[in-house]
Design a protein around this ligand. Structure first.
Ligand code: ADE
Ligand code: ZN
Ligand code: ZN
Length: 306
């Protein structure tokens, strides 16, 4: 697919490369920090050598910063799973069909989780595994990170508030920024992301997500990370048929999707929901990991005492 010089130039900019946009990932991480146990925050603050409230959000975009480096090149395909479905008539992910040889976001969550659970894992690899998990649990909740069509919408040109962008960027970044700050891009996203995360946290604790969030952890099983992550991916992918491409990829080309459109009215609540779910699930996943590590350390030390 040939992109216009303007769009391909934009895509080369670091912000254009950020999945969920940096803003989405940072918000997911702040939501997660509001739901982790004290044991979990102590473990990850220690590992990440950051004892502030920003210990998760501070590393949430690291994976996007390395994917275009020589070292991080291998990790490019790990940010998504390219479901070979056919929106809007058929959505669905088949792990064996859609997760490629080089890996995908589902296998990456499995791989880095099992690395963290390995007591022999070197500290430097442990740090990398933690940073990848914090990022990929965000990515898997972006509907277009679970879709093959036009490389997850990267090859579909649309307009957002009169600016030509690709659909992937609209879902990574534009909708979230419009929701929170009316579309003005902040160069200092952390403060705004923290405020949004705290608002989403309140919605989960006793607002509009209070009832639905009780089902968000269904199927979460540390003994089966593939099944857990696949469930998250399939759920996100369903939004591609209903909300991202409700009339298919051809109908949306060159359409205006920004302020005042019915598209934005339907898309914004999905972005909000997926960011909240991602943060809540990331907290649960980190809690399970930290508890398993603590348990194995206890068993190890009592075995040594015998
Ligand atoms: N590259 C190829 N498919 C992609 C997707 N679904 N999301 C992000 N980048 C991609
Ligand atoms: Zn990513
Ligand atoms: Zn993306």
């Amino acid at each position: 697919m040939k992109l216009s010089p303007l769009i391909s130039g934009l895509a080369a900019l670091p912000m254009g490369a950020l999945a969920w946009g940096g803003f989405g990932h940072i918000t997911v991480a702040y939501v997660a920090s509001n739901f982790v146990s004290s044991e979990t925050s102590a473990y990850f603050q220690n590992l990440l050598r950051n004892h502030t409230q920003d210990y998760l959000s501070g590393v949430a975009t690291w994976a996007d910063s390395v994917r275009y480096t020589k070292w991080g090149h291998f990790s490019g395909p790990l940010h998504y799973i390219d479901a070979k479905d056919s929106p809007p008539t058929y959505c669905g992910i088949v792990y064996e069909r859609d997760c490629k040889q080089e890996g995908c976001v589902v296998s990456a969550i499995q791989n880095y989780t099992s690395q963290l659970l390995d007591p022999e894992l070197h500290e430097s690899a442990r740090l990398i595994a933690a940073k990848f998990i914090i990022h990929f649990v965000g990515d898997i909740h972006q509907p277009l990170h679970t879709e093959d069509v036009a490389k997850g919408g990267n090859g579909i040109l649309v307009k957002f508030d009169d600016v030509k962008l690709n659909l992937h960027h609209v879902w990574d970044t534009s909708i979230a920024e419009k929701l929170v700050s009316g579309g003005r891009v902040s160069r200092q996203p952390y403060g705004e992301a923290k405020r949004w995360a705290d608002a989403l946290t309140a919605e989960i604790n006793d607002g509009k997500f209070n009832v639905s969030s009780r089902s968000w952890l269904e199927g979460v099983d540390l003994a089966d990370p593939i099944a857990t992550a696949l469930r998250w991916a399939i759920e996100g992918n369903e939004h591609v048929c209903t909300t991202v491409l409700p009339r298919g990829p051809d109908e949306i080309r060159n359409q205006e999707l920004g302020g005042g459109t019915e598209y934005l009215l339907k898309a914004a609540p999905v972005v909000e929901l997926q960011i909240a779910k991602a943060g809540y699930r990331l907290a649960a996943w980190l809690n399970l990991i930290a508890a398993a590590i603590a348990k194995s350390e206890r068993e190890h030390s009592t075995a040594g005492d015998l």
